[in-house]
Design a binder for this molecule. Structure first.
Ligand code: HEM
Ligand SMILES: [Cu+2]
Length: 483
């Protein structure tokens, strides 16, 4: 039941990818500025450092989500008919959200980090005025609503086409012994994202509305501990969901290149079910330092953090190795980036597993170890998947071919991204705190290594983006060819 992508959806994929790639470069430049400052190679004021950090954090998470959404929508269109207006609406609301967020940061000095942890926004409202925090929170809320509408729509479509979200999670095969293979991998993965991320966004909406009310009427307060739970349920799951959307590209592209379908067998289905459940449970690893949280909750956070990524990661990595093995696959920009991205994802999980151990966490949390972990799985995982998809899109919908120049930019990207995360992990291991504008002399060297690596990553990303934009010329006016 293959259908072709709606022309408006195809155009919207282009909007998503153009925005993602340009924002990526800009946000990376902000990252380099932070490192140059921490490495004492330039001087920016602390307030500017925190403005930049806030913009970089939310901006990066935002584009990872945009890119992931483009991947999810594009491939889902192969299997079910989708209304492209919803896809465009999500893009528009995201854009409005982002504009509000950036005006809040750069126009009104909002600098409380992208995690807007209550009561920080209320406190800074007293220093810098209420406009900044209100605009920021409203921006995030609008962006979240866009996603929520999209997920609700997709859920409705899945229920109509497959008979329920239990079906799209393959329960017939897991519990009722149905033989054969479950729904397409893209549908299984999207179901997981719909369930977990809608929950996350609802949690986020509650805490954001609470914060907004508190800023306007300071007498009305939230319990800060409850607010932290809701905030991290939102932040953790929303970040996680980006990779579960982007990984669809691994399934689809490798299957196409090897001419071997990616079958959702029982192990695959069980893994995605397990991840659905675990992803909802583990955000408490962000609260391991909070002694007021009940121990059983922290233990759940810890135990399931170990278990969380693993099932899907294992079936994906194993599946990818199997599908590629002796397939005579042609390695080009898309297939190699997606293959490498999978290992970036796996590699990025290892430091997280270490950090999710309560004893280690007391030492490592709030050090640069943590950005070391998520820059690995975001930068070399999610973002690499999105870059791979950008190329695949141009190739499938347009006419570009891989050349040696592409091999060069991919190698540049991965080599120097390893430099960035290596410098972060090293800094963490010598107890460099995260989120400090100024660093002690003994930490500065690692910042400098990170900054220089970062400059080369910006260069590589720019080369890839230029290639993407030139390739787009071939896409416009081409007949649809999704399959
Ligand atoms: C050239 C590439 C990049 C550089 C140089 C860079 C640099 C940095 C630096 C220096 C920090 C602050 C570290 C600290 O706490 O001291 C940071 C934080 C962060 N970065 Fe990046 N980064 C890059 C790419 C990315 C990518 C690709 C993503 C995700 C897709 C990302 C997401 C984040 C997030 C979420 C934070 C946390 C902000 C916070 O603590 O509130 N970064 N980055
Ligand atoms: Cu987390």
């Amino acid at each position: 039941m293959e259908s072709s992508i709606h022309p408006l959806a195809k155009k919207t994929v282009i909007y998503y990818l153009m925005t993602t790639s340009i924002m990526l470069i800009l946000m990376m430049i902000l990252g380099v500025l932070m490192l140059l400052n921490q490495g004492e190679m330039i001087t920016i004021t602390p307030i500017w450092f925190y403005k930049i950090m806030t913009a970089h954090g939310i901006g990066m998470v935002g584009i990872a989500a945009l890119g992931g959404t483009a991947i999810m929508w594009y491939f889902l269109s192969k299997y079910i008919k989708l209304n492209p207006t919803i896809f465009l609406l999500n893009f528009t609301l995201s854009l409005i959200g982002v504009v509000l967020i950036f005006i809040a940061i750069f126009g009104f000095d909002f600098s409380d980090a992208w995690t807007f942890l209550y009561p920080l926004p209320a406190q800074s409202a007293q220093i810098y005025g209420i406009v900044g925090p209100l605009m920021f929170l409203l921006g995030v809320l609008i962006l979240g609503i866009g996603y929520l509408i999209m997920y609700m729509y997709l859920a409705k479509r899945f229920i109509k086409e497959y008979g329920g979200l239990g079906k799209t999670l393959g329960w017939d095969y897991i519990f009722r012994g149905k033989k054969g293979y479950g729904p397409p991998a893209a549908v299984v993965a999207s179901t997981m994202v719909i369930i977990t991320n809608s929950t996350a966004i609802l949690a986020g909406a509650i805490v954001i509305i609470g914060s907004i009310i508190n800023i306007i009427y300071p007498a009305i307060r939230m319990d800060p501990m409850l607010a932290k739970h809701l905030t991290y349920a939102f932040g953790h799951i929303f970040c996680n969901a980006t990779i579960y959307m982007a990984v669809i590209a691994v399934y689809e592209v490798l299957a196409k290149y090897t001419k071997r379908p990616w079958k959702s067998n029982k192990a695959f289905l069980i893994a995605w079910n397990a991840s659905t459940l675990f992803t909802l449970m583990i955000y408490t690893h962000h609260l391991l330092m909070d002694f007021a949280v009940p121990t059983w909750m922290l233990i759940i956070g810890q135990v399931f953090s170990y278990a969380n990524g693993l099932p899907v990661m294992v079936v994906t990595a194993y599946g990818a190795l199997m599908i590629v093995y002796r397939s005579g696959i042609k390695w080009d920009f898309a297939s190699s980036l997606l293959f490498l991205a999978m290992f970036g994802w796996v590699a990025g999980a290892i430091p997280a597993i270490i950090d999710a151990t309560i004893v280690v966490n007391h030492v490592m949390h709030n050090t640069k170890w943590v950005p070391g972990h998520f820059h690995t799985y975001m930068g070399m995982g999610v973002i690499a998947m999105i870059l791979g998809f950008m190329y695949y899109f141009n190739k499938t919908e347009g006419s570009i071919k891989h050349n040696r120049f592409d091999t060069f930019s991919i190698s540049l990207y991965f080599t120097f991204f390893t430099g960035i995360v290596g410098s972060f992990l090293y800094a963490g291991s010598i107890s460099t705190p995260r989120r400090w504008a100024e660093h002690m002399p003994e930490w500065v060297l690692s910042d400098q290594v990170g900054a220089i690596s970062g400059i080369f990553v910006v260069l590589a990303t720019t080369l890839i983006t230029v290639r993407f934009f030139t390739g787009l010329k071939g896409v416009v006016n081409q007949p649809n060819s999704i399959n």
